[in-house]
Design a protein around this ligand. Structure first.
Ligand SMILES: C[S@@+](CC[C@H](N)C(=O)[O-])C[C@H]1O[C@@H](n2cnc3c(N)ncnc32)[C@H](O)[C@@H]1O
Length: 264
């Protein structure tokens, strides 16, 4: 994998043998150098290798960016799954209109929270394929989905079933057959980010910031049997630009889901 953000991989100060093994594996997958750590600080490694980010393998896999640490955390998905287990609904699932057994293409994995919720909903008989353009994010979140202990067995099962692919959704969509997924979902980096959501800063540093193209929506409509969904901030002009006229989401929420329904 070619990395858009130059990165070096290392281990924590008190590394165990398995940390070294994983660090070498990650370095190989990213085509990045592995750096011996010793007592070296992360900033010293950054300077030595001329990179902005350092992946550190310790008990948890962490990517240290200039905007803070990025690591997998099922936190938000956990709360949403808890609500679903208590019979409450979820705006994204309503927008996607999927149930058990469905195939969902999540074009924008990011931290993986939405993909976990989709995976919980479609269950073992369904499938969630989640795409992520940035190789560091894809690798970090795929690793978290496969190894995090979670807080509930059904959350863990849903995490393990998400199939992560490092790819650009435009390229991937072009290669898919007509009607091969029930729903296709886009959650791009918002055009006008909420500055208060500081938790997303490290992701913002690595993420692909480009808007969704009209061509991607055209391809998504061909690939989706039933629905194409776009998440954006409530007042975003992106919905109009891309042709979304139906919406799902909380009345007072600052995010909305644009829905293209009855595609066929
Ligand atoms: C706002 S985040 C998605 C958050 C995600 N829904 C979640 O629950 O954590 C957007 C992600 O999509 C990725 N992305 C943007 N453009 C992409 C593209 N063309 N192909 C694949 N991934 C893309 C970004 O790198 C970023 O990680």
């Amino acid at each position: 994998m070619e990395s858009r953000n130059p990165i070096v991989v290392t281990v924590g100060h008190k590394a165990k043998p398995e940390h070294f093994a994983l660090a070498h594996e990650m370095a190989k997958k990213l085509g990045a150098p592995f750096a011996e750590r010793g007592n070296t600080s992360l900033d010293a490694l950054r300077a030595q290798y001329g990179v902005s980010c350092v992946m550190v393998v310790k008990e948890k896999l962490v990517v240290d960016t200039p905007d803070g640490e990025l690591y997998f955390h099922p936190g938000m998905a956990h709360l949403r799954l808890k609500n679903l287990r208590h019979g409450e609904s979820d705006h994204l699932l309503k927008a996607l209109g999927v149930t058990e057994g469905a195939r969902v293409l999540d074009c924008t994995l990011g931290m993986g929270a939405d993909a976990i919720v989709e995976s919980f909903c479609v269950g073992k008989s369904g499938e969630v394929v989640a795409l992520e353009k940035n190789p560091v994010v894809a690798l970090l979140i795929a690793n978290g989905l496969q190894t995090d202990e979670g807080e509930h067995p059904t959350t863990v099962a849903a995490m393990r079933r998400v199939h992560v692919i490092c790819a650009d959704y435009e390229d991937f969509l072009r290669e898919q057959a007509d009607d091969s997924f029930d729903a296709v979902y886009f959650d791009p980096m918002f055009r006008h980010p909420f500055m208060e959501s500081t938790g997303i800063h490290p992701l913002r540093f690595l993420a692909d910031p480009r808007p969704v193209s009209a061509e991607a929506i055209r391809e998504a409509k061909r690939v989706a049997r039933r629905r194409v969904v776009l998440k954006e901030s409530s007042k975003s002009l992106e919905f109009e630009r891309l042709g979304f006229t139906e919406f799902e989401g909380g009345k007072y929420s600052n995010v909305r889901y644009g829905v293209m329904n009855h595609l066929k």
